[in-house]
Write a protein that binds this ligand. Structure first.
Ligand code: C5P
Length: 221
């Protein structure tokens, strides 16, 4: 049996980017490295939580001591999360693609035709954070934490996002290019809870993860 303040607690963590196929060999992705989500999963496991780590194709390896569920697309990520429910808490750190390419993407490679460009049509991906936050009954984790990557008016946008998604907390950060946060090793976040906004100093992503895990332990304890 594991010891620690989160012993006996089950926590789902999403992490990394998603890849949305264009055809069997091409995909659309984003620049998420998976570093922050991986650090959070590591911090939760270190405090004794049973962690289900649902990860897209990330640059960094998953942490030790967690159950790893590897997915590619947003739809797969939603199914992975739903299969892991019920849980005491869920932390949605993944950078989920907002759209997927419409049409049959699995079967044949789009051929190059001189002078003729393909036109891609998109459809909306499921919002995993909103779906889990707004699911009623026993499947709704007691604490759902979302992330908000903003480039301006971080607190007001993140506060609105918390209400719109229906999650309990939002970890908001400024990803303006000059901050060097996206893909970097440090993060500067504002934690938005029902009690308001709390600005944390700039620190390493593992330190953000440790502080967040301590807060989650206090909340669930
Ligand atoms: O709406 P936005 O993408 O800014 O919201 C970010 C938060 O929502 C993150 O916690 C992210 O993991 C989650 N999200 C999600 N499913 C989506 C889009 C975002 O879970 N399709």
């Amino acid at each position: 049996l594991t010891a620690g303040p989160l012993a006996g607690k089950r926590v789902i963590v999403t992490s990394g980017p998603t890849h949305e196929p264009i055809d069997p060999v091409r995909y659309i992705a984003n620049r998420s490295s998976g570093a922050q989500g991986t650090a959070i999963a590591r911090a939760l496991a270190a405090r004794g939580a049973e962690v289900v780590f649902v990860t897209g194709p990330a640059d960094v390896a998953p942490p030790e001591g967690v159950e790893v569920v590897k997915v590619e697309t947003a739809s797969e990520m939603l199914r992975g999360v739903q299969a892991a429910l019920p849980a005491d808490a869920a932390v949605m750190a993944a950078a989920v693609a907002d759209w997927r390419v419409k049409g049959p993407t699995a079967t044949s490679k789009i051929k190059k035709v001189a002078g003729a460009m393909p036109v891609l049509e998109f459809e909306e991906n499921p919002d995993i954070l909103a779906t889990v936050s707004q699911s009623g009954g026993a499947d709704r984790p007691g604490l759902v934490v979302g992330f908000a990557a903003e480039t301006d008016d971080v607190v007001s946008h993140a506060t609105a996002k918390r209400a719109r998604k229906g999650c309990d907390w939002i970890v908001a950060n400024d990803v303006s290019p000059e901050t060097g946060i996206m893909g970097g090793t440090e993060n500067a976040v504002v934690l938005i809870t029902g009690d308001g906004a709390e600005e944390w100093p700039r620190m390493g992503k593992q330190a953000v993860a440790d502080r967040l895990a301590d807060r989650i332990a206090a909340e669930l304890g």
